[in-house]
Design a protein around this ligand. Structure first.
Ligand SMILES: Cc1cc2nc3c(=O)[nH]c(=O)nc-3n(C[C@H](O)[C@H](O)[C@H](O)COP(=O)(O)OP(=O)(O)OC[C@H]3O[C@@H](n4cnc5c(N)ncnc54)[C@H](O)[C@@H]3O)c2cc1C
Length: 390
């Protein structure tokens, strides 16, 4: 069978690309439904973009690579599409936009944008080879094989995160077969683990913190769990953390704690220091901290020097994770197809005409907060427009 374009992966990037390429597009996916990660994203409401999205919100060996696609297809372009489909949305926090109802609305919208797409689910790629005019792909659905001759192949099969949902390393294998380098991959936006369950007694407790790993800080919530640390602050720094590094928790980043304690010293001097701290931090966290720091005695007995030393300890709580929960729960995969081998404008391979890489398989990883979907939309759009124009 002849077709213009084969897109491998009916996820966020693949569906957006198909919406641009139009007639003659076959999209294959081994899953039983398209856009499964969209469906479960954002707690079922899909944090589909971020109003503040820019290249600084991404990690890549080449921090300039994402700029072009993000500028050509912006968050405002995607919001316009969402509005056109009458999907109600709201800003939750920090510019993060979510559907009011369900993430399924985004999947339906993308499928509706591609009326001519030939979508083949439960379909796998058996082989992919270059020919004189493009590519020959053998695909298999329900034990039946089909040979496709196509001019373009778009690799949109995502990263390695959540293998249970169908994530595979197919995209990286295709890249290597066609001479592309792979930047080492690792799980990102992932909870961090600790030996000996040190936070078990306060599992479920959350606190607003400034969390730092390798000189990169995020002001968000930290969640203590029975396995270690989670919550937005931890997911964010996990992308900057590598095995063996410590992370620094600042429990008083807004700077008001010294004054709070000094005021309490003169107005509530007979109260325990732990009682005063519990006005600022969750009680269970204060109880945990009292096993690490000397928090005994009345607040009225504290000298300025002691208060300053205590605040310093609370602002520089150093913890060393022993690992992360890995690809089992990671929201994304850091690393991937080296951007040196791709055009930043169109995502086309520099060494293989007609071959494109889009979305998470590329070495561009966003922060938590809708950035990863925006990368999928922008890179998918850029490749799709290029194909549509040829
Ligand atoms: C739990 C969770 C929540 C998330 N929430 C958000 C969020 O709210 N906001 C945000 O911006 N990002 C979020 N993300 C990240 C976001 O889902 C991904 O970055 C995004 O889906 C990447 O798009 P993609 O098209 O590159 O890959 P995917 O969406 O993963 O699509 C890849 C497709 O390829 C298919 N595939 C893989 N291997 C093969 C194969 N061998 N053969 C055939 N098909 C194959 C898969 O079945 C899949 O359909 C979340 C991720 C997870 C895991």
């Amino acid at each position: 069978m002849q077709a213009k374009t084969l897109i491998i992966g009916a996820g966020a990037a693949g569906l957006m690309c198909a919406a641009q390429t139009g007639a003659g597009t076959i999209v294959i996916d081994h899953a039983k439904a398209a856009g499964e990660k969209i469906r479960i994203s954002g707690g079922g409401r899909c944090n589909f973009t971020n109003m503040g999205c820019g290249a600084d919100n991404f990690i890549s060996q080449n921090r300039h690579f994402a700029k072009s696609a993000l500028k050509r297809y912006t968050q405002w372009d995607f919001i316009e599409m969402v509005d056109r489909h009458d999907i109600a949305w709201h800003e939750k926090t920090l510019g993060q936009l979510f559907c009011d109802e369900t993430a399924k609305d985004i999947i339906k919208m993308l499928i509706a944008e591609s009326p001519e797409m030939d979508l083949r689910l439960r379909t796998s790629l058996v082989s992919l080879d270059q020919t004189e005019n493009g590519f020959r792909a053998v695909i298999e659905t329900g034990g039946k094989q089909d040979t496709l001759n196509v001019a373009n192949v778009v690799v949109a099969c995502g990263g390695k995160s959540i293998p249970k949902m169908g994530a595979t390393d197919l995209g990286y294998k295709i890249a290597q077969k066609f001479g592309h380098q792979i930047i080492e991959t690792r799980p990102a936006l992932v909870p961090l683990t600790f030996s000996g369950n040190p936070f078990a007694s306060m599992s479920g407790t959350a606190a607003p913190v400034r969390l730092t790993a390798n000189d990169t800080s995020f002001d968000e919530a930290l969640l203590f769990t029975h396995r270690g640390l989670s919550g937005p602050a931890v997911l964010q720094v996990s992308s900057y953390w590598t095995e063996g590094d410590s992370i620094t928790v600042d429990l008083a980043s807004n700077g008001t704690l010294p004054q709070t304690i000094k005021t309490a010293r003169s107005t509530e001097g007979r109260k325990d220091l732990t009682t005063i701290l519990a006005q600022h931090l969750p009680t269970k966290l204060v109880a945990h901290l009292s096993t690490l720091l000397d928090l005994s005695g009345n607040v009225g007995d504290l000298s300025d020097k002691k208060i300053d030393a205590l605040v310093d300890d609370l602002r520089n709580w150093s913890l060393t994770p022993n690992g992360s929960e890995g690809y089992r729960t990671a929201e994304v995969t850091l690393g991937g197809v080296d951007t040196d081998g791709l055009s930043s404008k169109t995502m086309i391979s520099k060494n293989t005409p007609g071959l494109y890489f889009i979305g998470e398989v590329v070495d561009v990883t966003g922060w938590l907060g809708g950035y990863n979907f925006q990368w999928a939309w922008s890179s998918g759009w850029a490749a799709g427009q290029d194909i549509a124009g040829n």
